[in-house]
Design a protein around this ligand. Sequence first.
Ligand SMILES: O=C(O)CCC(=O)C(=O)O
Length: 283
Amino acid sequence: MTDTFSDYVDCTPLLDDRAALDRFYDEHGYVYLRGALDRELVRTAAEQMLEGLIALGHATPGTTLDTLAIESFEAVDEVAMHDYVKYDELWNHPTTVKVWEKVFGEPVFVFKSTTIRYYPSAAGAAAPSFLTPLHQDGFYIGPNKDFRTAWIPLLPTTLDIGGVALADGSHRKGPREHVVTEDFRRFGHPVRGIPAQEFGADEQLLFSPMEPGDVLLFHAFMCHKSLPNVSVHPAGMRMSMDTRVQPAASHRGFNALTPWTESAKDASKGIMSKITGTPTTTE
Ligand SMILES: O=C(O)CCC(=O)C(=O)O
């Protein structure tokens, strides 16, 4: 079955109306803000990602963000790439923090763990297994579930370039069962997702093209999944990053405090315990 999508609703006009913003979030489980982040800061992160891909030999010197195309996401040393992209400077920049605090209505803490994504077109091929199946971040990340995922494009996204699709209001049903799927793998392990039969036919998927400076923030129980990059003529790169943001006063779990490059090392801790099915010693 082919997915059909409705647009994300731009919540920027609600930013100064606390009650309306909270009402929208409670009902829909997300907040989409157009042009809320400093575009120069986002551009800098995109340039850093490009610099990393060049330095690690996946693009030739002189390549620009307009001409960038890499052979394969999986061939790139993901840990090494984290040295290049200074995402904490973007996430914790005063102008960005102002946006988080407007959305949350209180001081926030930004997770130390960020996922960076640089996906070339895989048009005509099976959807790559490193993409995410339909899932809730709250299944993978805890122990407290009051964080919100923050997802930003570093280059413009379209339905062909791919990105993240959200199931409108799906957070309201709370945590859902996740089962192992062989189609999606991370760190060599099959990852768990929400089985298709558990997802109601009436649950509407949302996706809109996004521009650098836009941000999506969504609930820990929002059902969401990757959309693959199937762009052709021109084939473009999907470059994006996602982290999690939570109230500053809340408990800080393992994934909140542990940089991505560290968190993959121990299968009994945090998100890796969920991926590998290892009993958790630290969440
Ligand atoms: O960017 C993507 O492809 C998926 C994002 C995602 O699943 C997440 O942020 O949890």
